[in-house]
Design a protein around this ligand. Structure first.
Ligand code: CA
Length: 219
């Protein structure tokens, strides 16, 4: 089913027509692999009609098929993050991709992209924190273990420069670094961080709130 779906998407005719016409055409078509109609996206996101059109234009230029597969997503984020060519964006891109495609269907649609971006840019603080929790909770367990923190920390570290992800010493160093943070989040000290523990701790952490504000501005 997924394969058929993907094949049908590949037939979207985009080239050879103006962007405006492509947008209007794509939004107007009532086929399930086309983007949802603008009115639907206006209800689902906090973007204006004009913003959605610009966003779709940018999305379609990067992803002319109308959806993003994992490897393409890696390439896009690689271009975005790899200021140093020694950095490795793939672990972080993988985290981001999995949070955008939680059912692992193999691609991200424009609607999913727009809804997530809308939430991160204009969502309530608790909504953003929920999103971040889900990013950490790659196994969808509903709670976080120390390993989840280590995994995310190493992925972020890999964006900043050359590290050897298989290096056992690195894992030991990372574990030492995140130990204090993990204990701070784990209010009842049972070795697990629940969604509520995570959100409550973030809401009382100036550093986290500042980082979220920076993220909002940077987008
Ligand atoms: Ca706990």
């Amino acid at each position: 089913m997924g394969q058929l779906y993907s094949k049908s998407i590949r037939r979207i005719p985009v080239f050879g027509v103006s962007v405006d016409k492509a947008i209007a055409k794509d939004f107007d078509l009532k086929i399930n692999h086309k983007p949802d109609c603008l009115d639907y996206l206006l209800k689902k996101t906090r973007f204006s009609r004009q913003e959605l059109k610009y966003l779709y234009q940018a999305f379609k230029q990067s992803c002319p098929k109308g959806f993003v597969e994992k490897q393409e997503f890696f390439q896009i984020l690689k271009g975005f993050y790899c200021i140093r060519h020694t950095a490795n964006a793939e672990p972080y891109a993988s985290l981001m991709y999995d949070s955008l495609d939680p059912n692992a269907k193999g691609f991200i649609t424009f609607t999913e992209f727009a809804c997530n971006l809308s939430l991160l840019m204009r969502g309530a603080l608790e909504e953003k924190l929920e999103w971040i929790f889900n990013l950490y909770d790659g196994h969808s367990r509903g709670y976080l273990l120390e390993d989840d923190f280590v995994h995310v920390y190493k992925a972020v570290l890999s964006l900043t420069g050359p590290i050897t992800m298989k290096d056992r010493n690195l894992t030991i160093i990372v574990r030492k670094r995140i130990k204090k943070s993990f204990l701070k989040f784990d209010a009842n000290k049972d070795g697990r961080i629940t969604r509520n523990e995570f959100i409550n701790c973030c809401l009382n952490d100036r550093g986290v709130l500042h980082a979220l504000e920076t993220f909002k501005v940077s987008w």
